[in-house]
Design a protein around this ligand. Structure first.
Ligand code: SAM
Length: 275
């Protein structure tokens, strides 16, 4: 029988891909979790019918949400990831020699467990001795840890349910306070095509809190529209001042020194959003 997974990317647009089999399905206290094996994307983590990550294109997202910020900071030692229970961002962060500790604060322990079991290529660094897994709400965690982190990465689901507060100005202020004085934060901030007003609002909110705000782009085929935004708030360092000749090679498939620079080149329609 032909099985198809459908994601309503907006209320009027569906993408669909053929499923070979359902590897896992459960209702957690926070969301519906599924791991599907698909023809085009390979294994895929799905939460509340929304694609989170896939074996085929996960490297784009995980490399870009980590290395741009980590290579902008002179010496990142302590890193916090909020969400990201699949472990892909942790896998990239531990490649940086200066990093001594990466705390993964994921609200839903079931995402971590399913990723360990079904997505070992992505979750492989969750057992790394630099990694600490905290099962808790990221909003609470930053409030309770002031002046602590060099880098904070928001690797969240879309702004609904438990992730809604992760897109608010009040949360960005708590992030600012949880960073030390040279800290940088980066968040996945959705599609410039289908979430344009959200992208605009986040950029404005972050600009009101951090001395420097930058937006960069990457292409993630399994996300709505492919083109994806990341917003960075920085207390001191500018990613555009990085000497890209000095960026260490980290065995990456999308991120490179040239991409570190080019990802900040924005098409006019995105620039216009930022005002
Ligand atoms: N790359 C993905 C994307 O853009 O769709 C995100 C992947 S990651 C699996 C997102 C994680 O954020 C989920 O596992 C979810 O449980 C977690 N999450 C949502 N709200 C959270 C919160 N308030 N605190 C911590 N983790 C949260």
């Amino acid at each position: 029988m032909d099985l198809w997974f459908e994601e309503y990317q907006t209320k009027d647009m569906v993408i669909s891909c053929r499923v070979l089999r359902t590897l896992h399905q459960e209702k957690t206290p926070f969301q519906e979790l599924a791991v599907l094996d698909t023809v085009e994307f390979g294994r895929m983590l799905v939460l509340d019918d929304v694609i989170q990550t896939t074996i085929k294109d996960e490297f784009v997202y995980h490399e870009m949400i980590t290395h741009v910020a980590l290579n902008t900071h002179a010496k990142p030692v302590k890193v916090l990831i909020i969400g990201g229970g699949d472990g892909g961002a942790v896998r990239e962060v531990v490649k940086h020699q200066s990093v001594e500790k990466v705390v993964l604060c994921e609200i839903d322990g079931a995402v971590v467990e399913a990723s360990k079991k079904y997505l070992p290529e992505i979750s492989c660094a969750l057992e790394n001795n630099k990694a600490e897994i905290v099962i808790d709400d990221g909003i609470k965690h930053v409030r309770n840890n002031k002046n602590t982190y060099d880098i904070i990465i928001i690797d969240s689901t879309d702004p609904v349910g438990p992730a809604e507060g992760l897109f608010s100005a009040a949360f960005y202020k708590d992030i600012f306070d949880s960073l030390n004085e040279e800290g940088i934060f980066v968040a996945q901030t959705e599609s410039p095509f289908f979430n344009d007003s959200l992208v605009q609002r986040i950029f404005k909110d972050v600009s009101g809190i951090f001395p420097l705000t930058r937006l960069f782009l990457a292409n993630v085929p399994s996300y709505p529209g492919g083109l994806w935004t990341f917003t960075m708030g920085s207390k001191k360092y500018d990613p555009l001042d990085v000497d890209i000749e000095k960026i260490e090679s980290m065995n990456t498939k999308y991120y490179s020194p040239a991409i570190h620079r080019s990802c900040f080149i924005l098409p006019p329609f995105v620039k216009k959003l930022l005002g």
